[in-house]
Design a protein around this ligand. Structure first.
Ligand code: CIZ
Ligand code: SF4
Length: 303
C-alpha cells in the first residue's frame, strides 16, 4: 500500500489519535505505531495518553483494557473479530461455578480474559508478573484462570500455595514443540532458547530461559549472547530485529497467531478515517473490571 504510512501519520495528527500496537502484530503495523509493547505496557500507555482517540492493534481483550482504563477516550479496535481464542475458553458463568467450588479463594485472571471475566476476578496478571501477583496474595488457595500452562509455570515458583487451574490454553503457544526447540539448539549451539510461559511444560523444560515478550526484549538487550531461539509468536522477531540489529534470531515453526494477524494496515487506515468500530462495554462491567486491572498495574513488571 504505497503512501499508507504517510496517510496514517497525517490522520493521526488530524484526529489526535495514538496507535498502540502489540508485539505480535504484523511488521507493517508495528512500523507505523506510536508504541509497540505487551499488554501491560499497552495498558499503561492507554491509561496515561492525552490523545482523543486510541487505535488499538491487538486482540479484543487488550482493546477492552484500554477502554476500561481510559473510559473518556474513543478506543477503536480496527477488526472486532480479532478475538483471542484463549480468552473465549472461559466466561463469567463458568468462573462463578469455579468460585462456588473453592469458596473464599481469590481469583487471579490472566489478562487474556474478557472484561466480563475480569469483573468476576480479584486481580489480573500478565505473563510478566504472574508469579509476583500470585505471591502478593496472603491466601493459601488461589483460583488461576484461564491459562493452565501459565498456571503450572507459576506453581513451580509458588510451592506454598495450591493453584486451582482452569483448563484453558493458547492454541499458538500450544503448537510450539519440544523437539523443535531441541533441534534448533543443536543446529545453533551458541543460541539461547527463550520461551514464553504459555508453552507446554515440556517446552519450558527444554528452554534456557522463560520470559514474557517484554521480558525477552529486556533480556536480549542486556545479554552478551548474540543468537536467540525465540519461542513465542513470531511477530516479536520483527520488533527484535528493529531494536537490536546486530543479534541473530531463530524462529520456531508454527508460532503464528492468526487472530493477531487479522488486523491489516488497510483496516487501521479505515479506522483512522472513520473513528470506528469503537469498543463499547456495559458501564457496570467497565467499573467492575477496573479494580483487578489497576491492582495488576500497581504490582508492576516481574521479569
Ligand atoms: O501480555 C502480553 O502482551 C502477551 C499476550 C504476551 C506477552 O508475554 O507479552
Ligand atoms: Fe490469544 Fe495466543 Fe493469539 Fe495471544 S497468541 S492472542 S493468547 S491465541
Amino acid at each position: 500500500m504505497a503512501g499508507a504510512a504517510e496517510e496514517i501519520e497525517a490522520l493521526k495528527r488530524e484526529k489526535r489519535a495514538v496507535l498502540l500496537v502489540h508485539n505480535y502484530q504484523r511488521p507493517e503495523i508495528q512500523d507505523v505505531a506510536d508504541y509497540v509493547g505487551d499488554s501491560l505496557g499497552l495498558s499503561m500507555q492507554a491509561a496515561r495518553t492525552d490523545a482523543d482517540v486510541i487505535i488499538f492493534c491487538g486482540v479484543d481483550f487488550m482493546a477492552e483494557n484500554a477502554a476500561v482504563l481510559n473510559p473518556t477516550k474513543a478506543v477503536i479496535h480496527p477488526v472486532p473479530e480479532a478475538m483471542c481464542p484463549m480468552a473465549m475458553m472461559i466466561d463469567a458463568a463458568g468462573l462463578r461455578e469455579m468460585k462456588a467450588q473453592h469458596p473464599g479463594a481469590p481469583v487471579v485472571a490472566y489478562v487474556n480474559t474478557t472484561a466480563e471475566v475480569k469483573a468476576e476476578s480479584d486481580v489480573c496478571c500478565t505473563s510478566s508478573n504472574a508469579v509476583k501477583v500470585v505471591r502478593s496474595l496472603p491466601d493459601r488457595e488461589v483460583i488461576f484462570v484461564p491459562d493452565a500452562n501459565l498456571g503450572a509455570y507459576v506453581q513451580r515458583f509458588v510451592k506454598e500455595k495450591t493453584l486451582h487451574l482452569w483448563p484453558g490454553y493458547c492454541p499458538t503457544h500450544q503448537r510450539i514443540r519440544r523437539e523443535d526447540i531441541l533441534r534448533l539448539k543443536e543446529e545453533h549451539p551458541a543460541a539461547l532458547a527463550l520461551v514464553h510461559p504459555e508453552c507446554v511444560p515440556e517446552v519450558i523444560d527444554a528452554a534456557d530461559r522463560v520470559f514474557s515478550t517484554e521480558g525477552m526484549v529486556h533480556f536480549i538487550k542486556e545479554s552478551e549472547a548474540g543468537e536467540f531461539i525465540i519461542g513465542t509468536e513470531s511477530g516479536l522477531i520483527h520488533r527484535l530485529r528493529r531494536a537490536f540489529q546486530d543479534k541473530v534470531y531463530y524462529e520456531v515453526p508454527n508460532a503464528l497467531c492468526p487472530t493477531m494477524k487479522k488486523i491489516t494496515l488497510e483496516a487501521v487506515l479505515r479506522s483512522l478515517r472513520t473513528i470506528e468500530p469503537r469498543v463499547v462495554l456495559p458501564p457496570e462491567t467497565l467499573e467492575r473490571a477496573r479494580g483487578p486491572i489497576e491492582r495488576m498495574m500497581a504490582i508492576g513488571r516481574g521479569d
